[in-house]
Design a protein around this ligand. Sequence first.
Ligand SMILES: [Zn+2]
Length: 191
Amino acid sequence: MRSGFPDFRLGTVLATSFTGTLSERHGNAVERIPTPQRLIDWLAVYGLAVDSCTPAQLELARELRESIHAAATAAALQDPIPAAAVQVINDRSAQGRGAAILTAEGGREWRLGSASRLEDALGVIAADAISVISGERDGKLALCASPTCQAAFFDTSRSRTRRWCDMNTCGNRQKKARFNANQRKDPSSAG
Ligand SMILES: [Zn+2]
């Protein structure tokens, strides 16, 4: 918490890492992009450096985040995707002008529009969400087994049996809870 704000939880999938900037949605929710600057910081981590972010743009980002969360959750449950969420994701995707760039080393970078607009970064995130939710990418959307989290995540494990959005937080907490419950049941096993 170098900046005094909650740390980021960094995953490998852009869209679901973005929805993870609000965690513990069903418990004591933690907002990990509480200020425009923190959104700028988060985007920079994912190679989407923007010049500026206004409070109104932060709201636009959060609207996209919650729309991706709603759509990904519905997809994981095989429910119909809410029309309002579809609309927001499509609007952000259509209004972004980011371009995928192949580097000389064979990697992929994002080049945002000339002014490095926040809307361009959101467009990249929206397009990533579409590729995940549409099932075009190899993996499966699932919901975190932690009752206070239930975050949608993209399971790319071979067996598709991942249970937690993040092993270091939700996974660990669940393991500890089970361990403590076992201790209570069987005091002789303590130590
Ligand atoms: Zn979780």
